[in-house]
Design a protein around this ligand. Structure first.
Ligand SMILES: *Cc1c(COP(=O)(O)O)cnc(C)c1O
Length: 371
């Protein structure tokens, strides 16, 4: 950061140390650089099936009305969310919509965090928690990970009486690790009742393990719990930007106070309603992902390349050497994956589970580079 430039001293304290979130490289950017068409992008955990055909129809129908402002209360989508969860703890007033769940995380920060407050999250946790805390000039404790995952015992020990928020991702991105119901219940029941627990479930729909604890079941007993959900991953709506938080009515009221009235656009609202109505698409996505995870892991095993076992739609692969040059060589072969150096994982590349053809292109390119 250039400190002697005109407006540096004018910056909000928290923004001085902020660096922007590093997104995956867009396909079009690599196309421009290499002048080739057949790019494989496995960098942003997008759904290789695309989205539901019902979504495509809902968007074309909605196109006629783009001159209208969206429904600022998002009534239809909130109704669809209520129906989907079908629990007394999820009524219309328990929902806060976001322009992606990243927006929800920021709303939580804006509503609850003051400069100097304390927050807690894990080493290797999703980067947006640190960004949110930094932007608000919050002193955060980053708790060392255990086997790359969240160490809930250590996280609890880091919580102080004045801790405002604990951020958790289950499963976590970029590591693909998860914590089970017993660790979660042990943790949640010991957190001070005034400390907010933000549970980010961006990949929850991919998981079908008996011991996986879904946050929605705990809202009734824990009014300090906020569960974040997104349409970007299994529903395949990453480009539309829509996600939501489930919480107590009181917390939803506070979050909606800082929410911009039209933070979710009308096409995204239509699309999300249609997406929820097509659970067959979600099931198909789960099947494709589970087969893809098996194929990708088997391919890495065959190349003798280690990785962190994942329950999500990506795998964090251990190159056992600086990963950045391998990332660059993959780009030259038209394959975009995600370096995770910004997480302190210099030897790792995060690879999304694509379709069979994409996985095979990636594995072949990696084999060529390593041999
Ligand atoms: C992808 C992801 C999100 C979702 O972000 P959106 O803003 O909803 O697209 C949230 N949390 C984690 C951990 C993610 O990996």
């Amino acid at each position: 950061m250039l400190k002697n430039t005109a407006f540096y001293s004018q910056l909000a304290e928290g923004v001085k140390e902020l660096s922007p979130y590093q997104p995956g490289k867009p396909i079009a950017a690599l196309q421009r650089e290499l002048g080739i068409d057949n790019i494989v992008k496995l960098a942003s955990n997008e759904n290789p099936l695309g989205c539901s055909q019902k979504v495509v129809a809902a968007i074309s129908e909605g196109a006629r009305d783009v001159h209208r402002y969206p429904d600022g209360s998002a009534y239809e989508l909130r109704e669809a969310i209520v129906e989907y969860h079908a629990k007394p703890s999820v009524g219309l007033s328990h929902i806060t919509l976001g322009n992606g769940s990243n927006d929800v995380l920021e709303l939580i920060g804006r509503a609850f965090l003051n400069a100097g407050d304390h927050a807690v999250y894990s080493e290797y946790a999703f980067a947006v928690y640190a960004l949110t805390c930094k932007a608000m000039n919050v002193a955060a404790t980053e708790v060392p990970a255990k086997a790359w995952g969240h160490d809930l015992e250590a996280l609890l020990s880091a919580v102080r009486p004045e801790t405002k928020i604990v951020f958790l991702a289950n499963p976590n991105n970029p590591t693909g690790t998860w914590f089970d119901v017993s660790a979660w219940e042990w943790f949640l029941s010991r957190i001070p009742p005034h400390t907010l627990v933000v549970l980010d479930e961006a990949y929850a729909e991919y998981i079908q393990l008996q011991a996986y604890p879904e946050g929605v079941h705990y809202l009734e007993d824990y009014p300090n719990l906020i569960v974040c959900k997104t349409f970007s991953k299994v529903y395949g709506l990453a480009g539309l930007r829509v996600g939501y938080a489930l919480s107590s009515i009181e917390i939803a009221d506070y979050l909606n106070r800082v929410r911009q009235p039209f933070n979710v656009n009308s096409l995204a609202l239509n699309a999300a309603v249609a997406a929820l109505s097509d659970q067959a698409f979600v099931e198909q996505s789960r099947v494709v992902n589970s087969e893809g995870l098996t194929l990708l892991s088997a391919g890495l095993d065959a190349l003798d390349v280690p990785y962190i076992p994942s329950v999500a739609n990506f795998i964090c692969v251990d190159m056992e050497q600086a990963a950045q040059p391998i990332f660059q060589q993959l780009l030259q072969k038209g394959v975009i994956v995600r370096p995770v150096t910004n997480y302190g994982l210099e030897h790792f590349l995060r690879v999304s589970v694509g379709n069979t053809a994409e996985i095979e292109v990636f594995l072949q390119a990696l084999q060529d580079i390593l041999s």
